[in-house]
Design a protein around this ligand. Structure first.
Ligand code: ZN
Length: 291
């Protein structure tokens, strides 16, 4: 990604590619990468069993459309990563969390889709719909097709001046989508050109870190200015995610700061507490090695 929003040019929204996601924040260094290439055609018959076309009425253009929606009864959870990213067997429902209106380009995570104020809808019509080129409608998505929908949701969030938490939460989920894609490549269910395997994996790793970095920055901002619950998360959960993500990003001062807050909280369950203690020990080991 030359920026988190690169790729939107193809949808007529090239002007968004260079937008600052958290306006007043300083820009994070960007990673050079070519725009996403279309995925090689693959058998997608299986995934069709997991989704159905649900009809929505768009709160921006008032037209009806159908969006692929996950059949909840089909989902098989398979644990969580340390940063609470949920894992699933056979099928990843996270690919379908963004709802996109194919008529006007309005896109948002399901939990935010219908919560748009009239002034925000106006901003979307002016900043997105006016230039939006339709995406081919699909019953099921590859990770790249899912990712462009997330980018569009983030572009919409910037245009409609969404809260920092909504933008940060999108960045977090985008980082998780990238991680899922990496895992799918490793498992052989997502194709990648053999000669470019190492390069692709390295770029995906960098993309994930860039997105996590934006998520952390946005959540730190939201933590000071918004009230909980935030995107369905309580304060302990959010602080925990910031802590684990900061560890991955090697922001050790921030990790330390979050651990000091988290370890004295009563709302931290034993599993998360154990993870925090583990991180604390790892941090001590790193500090000792540095000394
Ligand atoms: Zn619409």
């Amino acid at each position: 990604m030359s920026s988190i929003l690169s790729g939107l040019k193809d949808l007529g929204l090239g002007n968004l590619e260079k937008k600052d996601i958290f306006e007043e924040k300083t820009k994070t260094p960007v990673v050079k990468k070519e725009a996403a290439q279309p995925e090689p055609k693959k058998e997608q018959t299986d995934e069709r069993e997991y989704v159905f076309g649900k009809t929505h009425t768009c709160p921006v253009c008032y037209k009806d459309f159908k969006a692929p929606t996950v059949r909840q009864s089909k989902i098989r959870p398979a644990g969580m990563d340390k940063d609470l990213r949920p894992r699933f067997k056979n099928f990843d429902p996270m690919k379908y969390d963004v709802i996109l209106c194919p008529h006007c380009g309005y896109a948002a995570l399901g939990r935010f889709f219908h919560n748009i104020t009239p002034p925000q809808a106006k901003l979307v019509r002016e900043g997105i719909s006016r230039n939006f080129h339709r995406l081919p409608e699909k019953e099921v998505f590859t990770y790249d097709e899912a990712f462009i929908r997330y980018q569009l949701a983030l572009g919409n969030a910037v245009v409609k001046k969404a809260r920092a938490s909504e933008k940060a939460y999108l960045c977090l989920k985008m980082a998780w989508i990238i991680r899922s894609k990496k895992e799918a490549i490793e498992a052989g269910t997502e194709e990648v050109e053999k000669a470019k395997y190492l390069q692709t994996m390295e770029e995906l790793e960098q993309d994930e870190e860039e997105l996590l970095n934006n998520a952390v920055e946005g959540f730190l901002n939201a933590r000071q200015t918004e009230t909980f619950p935030m995107c369905g998360m309580d304060e302990v959960t959010l602080d925990y995610i910031i802590c684990v993500s900061a560890m991955k990003l090697k922001k050790y001062d921030l990790v330390n700061q979050m651990l000091n807050i988290l370890l004295v909280r009563s709302g931290l369950n034993s599993k998360l507490r154990d993870n925090c203690i583990e991180i604390k020990e790892e941090l001590r080991r790193i500090k000792n090695e540095e000394a």
